[in-house]
Design a protein around this ligand. Structure first.
Ligand SMILES: [Zn+2]
Length: 123
């Protein structure tokens, strides 16, 4: 069993232990693993509406969902990815993160990939 690593968010500088599942999925690919953990952190800590979904009146938020939680989660993940890119692309670039690493993430949509190429592609 590999030991889980600590990750620091470049936006809020909070340190957290990487997610075990993501650590396993991307065990041979530290850059994609980093991005996937950052997206999860961003969704949970920087997009406050995501957490409201799971609280007391969450059913009111979920009431308008017709396509289920996985669909909504992927929408939130893509929104998180785009905001991360806009806000910290110089940090990502310095770490050697490229469009290929975003392509390897689950459900990265067209709109997000266009932004990834604009900020992290060859210039
Ligand atoms: Zn953060």
């Amino acid at each position: 069993m590999k030991e889980l690593e600590e990750i620091t968010c470049p936006l809020c500088h909070m340190s957290f232990i990487e997610n075990e599942k993501l650590s396993n999925v991307f065990s041979d690919d530290p850059k994609t693993k980093y991005i996937s953990n950052l997206v999860k952190h961003y969704r949970e800590y920087h997009i406050t509406s995501w957490n409201k979904i799971f609280k007391k009146y969450g059913h009111e938020y979920r009431g308008t969902w017709f396509k289920g939680i996985e669909f909504e989660k992927s929408k939130y993940n893509n929104r998180s990815k785009r905001q991360i890119i806009r806000k910290v692309h110089p940090v990502l670039k310095e770490m050697g993160i490229e469009p290929i690493h975003f392509e390897r993430l689950k459900d990265t949509d067209q709109k997000t990939m266009e932004l990834v190429h604009r900020f992290l592609g060859e210039s």
